[in-house]
Design a protein around this ligand. Structure first.
Ligand code: SF4
Ligand code: SF4
Length: 233
């Protein structure tokens, strides 16, 4: 990824304004703040990742946010083993990037049940595919509570008007168009489209830091997990 150059292009070509205009189309409502929907690494477009990176990291380093890095690496290491919370959810149960959160977080609770379930079906199919692939290639079973994890439709978000399937689809299409523009300019490879939040930030972390430092952090995390597992018996 060419994050710095991509961010310059996004700013100079007003992609951020297009993104903000898109977000403004999401009807606002009242959220109970239960954080149930913050239980996965949502898919998001490259332009949304760049927007979050610009506001959260800016010209600094991801390593300037040690709590986030810790949660990010834990998520990456353990997502196949146990259900995880989004790494942007902080110790106070608040979203570190609430103002810049991506579209899936904005429309959660805001869509009709049919639109939600149609979209979530794809996520469930993807989980089953990953589990099947691991079983075939490595003879490893993913726990059922991870493969079958499902964040059900939110009944607690109060909103006057819900987005239907077509409205949701046209918002995602607009994001794909922006990413297409970035790919056309050479900032994004075809294989990099539509990653999830953890995927984008792990890539960014690998881009910016010495792999030895990262390996050391990961190994020390793994040692603690192994000790915890041993303690549980
Ligand atoms: S959108 Fe729904 S599930 Fe998510 S925090 Fe709000 S009330 Fe909870
Ligand atoms: S980015 Fe924020 S709103 Fe979205 S899932 Fe993570 S913590 Fe929740």
């Amino acid at each position: 990824m060419k994050i710095v150059k991509s961010k310059v292009y996004v700013s100079e070509n007003r992609l951020v304004n297009r993104l903000e205009a898109l977000y403004e189309n999401v009807p606002s409502g009242t959220c109970a703040g239960c954080t149930r929907c913050c239980s996965e690494s949502v898919n998001m477009s490259y332009v949304e990742f760049l927007n979050i990176h610009e506001h959260y990291i800016g010209d600094g380093s991801i390593m300037d946010h040690p709590d986030f890095v810790n949660r990010l690496i834990r998520y990456y290491l353990l997502e196949l083993v146990q259900p995880m919370k989004c790494p942007f959810l902080n110790a106070d149960n608040l979203c570190d990037i609430y103002m810049y959160r991506p579209l899936p977080c904005r429309i959660f609770g805001n869509t009709t049940k049919a639109a939600y379930e149609s979209n979530y079906k794809e996520i469930k199919i993807q989980n089953v595919k990953v589990a099947y692939q691991l079983l075939q290639e490595s003879n490893l079973k993913m726990p059922k509570n991870v493969v079958q994890k499902e964040i059900g439709f939110c009944e607690d978000y109060i909103v006057d008007e819900r987005l239907d399937r077509n409205e949701v689809q046209s918002m995602y299409d607009a994001l794909v168009n922006m990413d297409g523009e970035l790919a056309f300019k050479g900032f994004l490879k075809p294989t990099e489209f539509n990653q999830n939040l953890v995927g984008w930030f792990i890539e960014a972390l690998l881009d910016e830091i010495d792999p030895k430092v990262l390996l050391r952090t990961m190994l020390s995390d793994l040692r603690l997990e192994a000790l915890k597992a041993a303690n549980l018996g």
